[in-house]
Design a protein around this ligand. Sequence first.
Ligand SMILES: [Zn+2]
Length: 398
Amino acid sequence: MWRSLRPIGRSEASGGYRRSAWTGADAECRLWFQAQAEARGLDYEVDRNGNQWAWLGDPSRGDAVVTGSHLDSVPDGGAFDGPLGVVSSFAALDELRARKVSFNRPLAITNFGDEEGARFGLACVGSRLTAGKLTREKAYELTDADGITLPRAMEAAGYDPAAIGPDPERLARIGAFVELHVEQGRALDLSGDPVGIASAIWPHGRWRFDFRGEANHAGTTRLVDRRDPMLTYAETVLAARREAELAGAVATFGKISVEPNGVNAIPSLVRGWLDSRAADQSTLDTVVTGIEKAAREYADRHGIDLDVVRESFTPVVEFEHALRDELGTILGGERAIPVLGTGAGHDAGILSESIPTAMLFVRNPTGISHSPAEFAAEDDCLTGVTALADVLEGLACR
Ligand SMILES: [Zn+2]
């Protein structure tokens, strides 16, 4: 399966993957999924939001065990983020068939559309629509950098956008959803375990900091006469690092825009976007409050006006404890399997408010993700397949 997926959407120059939603590379990935489903005699279907499904057993029973992930990527993404979960799902089914188990619940494998949000700026569009967390109206407004809207892009890829929207009937088919994913951090590498279970997805948000000063000549304006918002911004970046370190959280200024953006001009405006995440809500509040307080002190000192706007926020996702404990029991041998939180969002997080959901992580020795350098060792991937097969057998065959 890796061999047939490997060339799809791969950039020769970077070695990274460019599988944005509803592009040619995405279409190839979808054909790959359909071929894998049909080769195994599974019932293949696409739902109203463009998510793909491969069924074993009767979906209408209402207690299906579903596994899967996504096949799209960020620009120049790695090979594993998403595809490892889909490939492992098919491989786990093969393993269960080799074990000659009998299923007493329906099983489905899924590929959720547009998980990364790389093209339209919103992550997990397929699962959000299905779970009713993104309205049809809002989805219709999503537009890519070339001005192409989501419905136009779906249409161009051969899908009918007229039907997109909440899909409670489909959700009602699912008794449990388990997503296997490459770890996007180094917790398993540090603990020395090939596979772990997710406890929660950290709460995270994005804040826009507008620092307003006064544009002026970079050559003739004395330093003492300047109202330079870049200085305040720079001090705020350092404060963000310090606050995050103190709290055991993360905080990143990864995007900035400057006006007038001239080499020889003191800026009038520096706009910086803060992304911050922490294990719990109160820690995140402490970090962001601390950063904002520091920024206001610096702004006062330099005569800078500061506005802070929270642009988005996703509260903590606690995966269902009963299902998580069940996975722990199924997978727990002589050594307890580690349970870890993550700072990255997933379809499993979106679905977890509607249905019992769990995640398995496979060790990533460098922790690097969303990069061509993303990696998981073959042995660890195979351990992940066995763990997923054990979980599916435990949930669907007993
Ligand atoms: Zn992913």
